[in-house]
Design a protein around this ligand. Structure first.
Ligand SMILES: Nc1ncnc2c1ncn2[C@@H]1O[C@H](COP(=O)(O)OP(=O)(O)OP(=O)(O)O)[C@@H](O)[C@H]1O
Ligand SMILES: [Mg+2]
Length: 279
């Protein structure tokens, strides 16, 4: 008898606040083995916080996260290190090690998680770099790269260990449209050829429709809608419609001066995060 799809990642009633700001207010999300979930939502809605909780870089206040039926939110560091081996992650801001060359960055996971020889690590790094459209950059330092190149190096690093689960935070933001489409194709290929389970965060609806088996929208701390790209496109929820059409008018509040203040605070905060990620 067909057992139906296997759940690879399950998030249940996840809560996370920073001071008075309740960012996640009961997020439920389930991703099946070999499928790709896209999470959309406004800037500051908590998308990055959600995937940082899933990979154990942030501790949720309440709720449960299961990976292959193992509850991970209360694991100790040793247990979490084991679980993290299943994950590859593309950070929103690239997060490369500034003191390492490009190929050393891409080979970082291979060096720490396998017994491969240096020559093999370098060869695999070059192969993965070629997959993201980069050649002859192996010996450059991250500071010598453009923003889009850094992002692609980070993607090459995420896929280098051929993980079971890939988390992509804004994989195509800051990359030209043609390269962005090639990255989308690569993400689809990772799923089809390697049966990878993934969660991708994006604002880019073209990318969301292309890479997502399902799309979930995060709004005011909860998943307010989830469905196939077709279902999301035809959603009757006016909040979802406003977001996917990118309209400033609608139920999602426009920009008021207090929000602008908040945004500049958030930008400073993100700037700090970027520096921390890069370390
Ligand atoms: N480490 C932290 N300390 C304090 N506040 C944080 C921290 N991380 C995130 N936040 C806050 O949580 C909220 C959600 O941030 P998050 O980075 O998840 O947004 P996002 O949905 O990924 O936005 P964007 O689309 O701009 O990347 C923001 O208000 C942010 O300032
Ligand atoms: Mg983010």
């Amino acid at each position: 008898m067909d057992k139906g799809p296997t759940t690879k990642i399950r998030v249940a009633k996840l809560y996370k606040s920073f001071g008075d700001s309740q960012v996640l207010r009961g997020v439920d999300l389930e991703v099946h083995q070999g499928k790709s979930m896209v999470v959309i939502g406004g800037s500051g809605s908590g998308k990055t916080v959600l995937i940082k909780c899933i990979i154990g870089l942030m501790q949720p206040d309440e709720g449960e996260i299961y990976v292959d039926d193992l509850e991970i939110s209360n694991l100790n560091e040793k247990g979490m290190t084991e679980v993290r081996k299943k994950f590859g992650m593309l950070f929103q801001w690239g997060a490369l090690f500034d003191s390492m060359t490009v190929w050393e960055n891409v080979g970082f996971g291979l060096r720490h998680q396998t017994h491969l020889k240096e020559g093999d690590i370098r060869r695999i790094a070059s192969e993965k770099l070629a997959l993201v459209g980069l050649r002859n950059v192996e010996d450059l330092m991250p500071s010598e790269l453009s923003g889009g190149m850094r992002k692609r190096v980070s993607l090459a690093r995420a896929i280098a260990i051929e993980p079971e689960i890939l988390l992509y935070d804004e994989p195509t933001t800051g990359i030209d449209p043609i390269m962005a489409d090639a990255i989308n194709d690569l993400i689809v290929e990772m799923r089809e050829k390697l049966n990878v389970t993934s969660i991708a965060i994006t604002h880019d609806m073209k990318s969301a429709y292309k890479i997502g088996d399902r799309i979930a929208m995060l709004y005011q701390g909860k998943i307010i809608e989830i469905g196939t790209p077709e279902e999301i496109r035809n959603s009757s929820n006016s909040i979802v419609q406003q977001f996917i059409e990118g309209r400033s008018e609608g139920p999602i509040k426009g920009v008021d001066p207090s929000l602008l203040m908040k945004n500049s605070q958030q930008m400073r905060h993100e700037d700090r995060e970027r520096r921390i990620e890069r370390k």
